[in-house]
Design a protein around this ligand. Structure first.
Ligand code: HEC
Length: 109
């Protein structure tokens, strides 16, 4: 009986690992995605391009700033995939969103 419990535990851990990896987001993949889908406006380091801010007549906060980092993952996801103010929604899969958010967290100052 006890060995079955052990086998069950090992199986549970093995099965749970990929889930943790997905929900945690992969910052490396997120960085690549940010480079292709976000950096045109936000610049590679997330500080925001002055020309874009001027063109859109909006003040772009640095994505690593305290205000933006204070947002919860769910809020960031909403900003990105549903749009926020002058920013249009960017279509991403759940996994891509998790990855790009993991990357945004690396910008924290
Ligand atoms: C076409 C230009 C453009 C692209 C592409 C773009 N953004 Fe934005 N983003 C903006 C602008 C402009 C704002 C400021 C909107 C406002 O304050 O009205 C903004 C705001 C944001 C915010 C909210 C910041 C705050 O003030 O709280 C987040 C988060 C964000 N962008 C993330 C992303 C991510 C991640 C991507 C790529 C998947 C992306 N953006 C792509 C222009 C862009």
């Amino acid at each position: 009986m006890k060995s079955w419990i052990k086998v069950g535990l090992v199986l549970a851990v093995v099965l749970a690992l990929p889930l943790v990896a997905i929900s945690g987001g992969d910052a490396e993949k997120g960085k690549a995605l940010f480079g292709t889908k976000c950096a045109t406006c936000h610049a590679a380091g997330g500080e925001g391009k002055p020309a874009i801010a001027k063109m859109m007549k909006v003040e772009m906060k640095a994505l690593g700033s305290k205000e933006v980092q204070a947002k919860k993952d769910a809020e960031l996801k909403k900003d990105i995939t549903e749009g926020n103010g002058k920013m249009k929604a960017v279509k991403l899969t759940d996994e891509e969103a998790a990855n790009v958010i993991a990357f945004l967290r690396t910008l924290k100052k």
